[in-house]
Design a protein around this ligand. Structure first.
Ligand SMILES: C[S@@+](CC[C@H](N)C(=O)[O-])C[C@H]1O[C@@H](n2cnc3c(N)ncnc32)[C@H](O)[C@@H]1O
Length: 221
C-alpha cells in the first residue's frame, strides 16, 4: 500500500470527528452514537448526510455556509476522507463529522428519524448494476427509517442515465414529491444550495463541459 495512504489511515485514528467501526465491533456493541449524535455535536441541530463524500469538500463547504446544521460525510475510502477530516480538525469546525463505512450499513449508525437531509453527490452511476445505484429502491429503503418525515434527498450527477433512472424509474413511479429536477443545473437558474458549492468530481466534470443534473425529492412517509 502507498506510504501516504498508510500515513493518512494512521492520522485518521487521531481525528476526534472521524468514526470508523469494525463489523465485529458493530455486531457486538453497536455504534455508540446511533440515536445520540446530539451528544457528539452538543446540540439538536438538524443532521445532514453526504453519501459517498470522497474528500469531503462538499460536506465542509455546506457546514461553513450552514452553521446551524450538523454535517456528516460518509464514505468507505479512508484515504480520501482524510482530506475533509484534516481540514475540519485544523479549523476546529464544530458541526462536521466523518463516518467511514459502507453506505449499505447506514442503518447501524443513525436512529429512527435522526437525519434531516441527504446529499448524494456524483455517485458511481453503476450502468450495469441498477441495484447498486445509491438512488435505487434498495438504497432508499435503507435511508427511509433514519430520515425524519418529509426530509429532502438531493442527487447531483453528471450521469444523464442515472438522472433519468432516478426520476423516471424510481421517484415518479413511487409518487415521491419532486421539489426540483433539472438536466442542466447551471443553465437552469436554480438558486439553492446545489449551485452554491462544487464537489471535487463536479469541478472536473464542469471543466470538461459536462452538464450537471440535479434532483431534489421527498419520499412519502
Ligand atoms: C465518484 S466519487 C464522488 C466523490 C465526491 N462525492 C465528489 O463528488 O467529489 C464516489 C464516492 O462514493 C464512494 N462510494 C461508492 N459506493 C459506496 C458505498 N457503497 N459505500 C460507501 N462509499 C461509497 C466512493 O468511495 C467514492 O469516494
Amino acid at each position: 500500500m502507498a506510504k501516504h495512504k498508510l500515513e493518512r489511515f494512521a492520522e485518521n485514528l487521531t481525528f476526534t470527528n472521524l468514526f470508523q467501526v469494525s463489523f465485529e465491533q458493530l455486531e457486538k456493541q453497536g455504534f455508540e452514537l446511533k440515536g445520540r449524535w446530539r451528544t457528539f455535536f452538543g446540540n439538536d441541530n438538524p443532521i445532514v448526510l453526504e453519501l459517498g463524500c470522497g474528500k469531503g469538500e462538499y460536506t465542509i463547504a455546506l457546514a461553513r455556509q450552514n452553521a446551524d446544521r450538523n454535517h456528516i460525510g460518509v464514505d468507505i475510502k479512508g484515504a480520501r476522507m482524510w482530506r475533509g477530516a484534516k481540514t475540519s480538525n485544523e479549523e476546529r469546525m464544530p458541526n462536521v463529522a466523518f463516518l467511514r463505512t459502507r453506505i449499505e450499513m447506514i442503518g447501524s449508525f443513525f436512529g429512527p428519524g435522526e437525519v434531516s437531509e441527504i446529499w448524494i453527490t456524483f455517485p458511481d452511476p453503476q450502468p450495469k448494476k441498477p441495484n447498486k445505484r445509491l438512488t435505487s429502491p434498495r438504497f432508499l429503503d435503507l435511508y427511509r427509517p433514519i430520515l425524519k418525515a418529509g426530509s429532502p434527498i438531493n442527487l447531483k450527477t453528471d450521469s444523464r442515465e442515472l438522472y433519468d433512472y432516478t426520476l423516471d424509474e424510481v421517484v415518479t413511479p413511487a409518487g415521491y414529491a419532486v421539489e426540483y429536477a433539472t438536466a442542466d443545473l447551471y443553465a437552469s437558474g436554480y438558486g439553492g444550495m446545489a449551485t452554491a458549492v462544487q464537489t471535487f468530481y463536479e469541478s472536473m466534470f464542469l471543466k470538461e463541459g459536462k452538464a450537471i443534473t440535479y434532483i431534489r425529492f421527498r419520499m412519502n412517509d
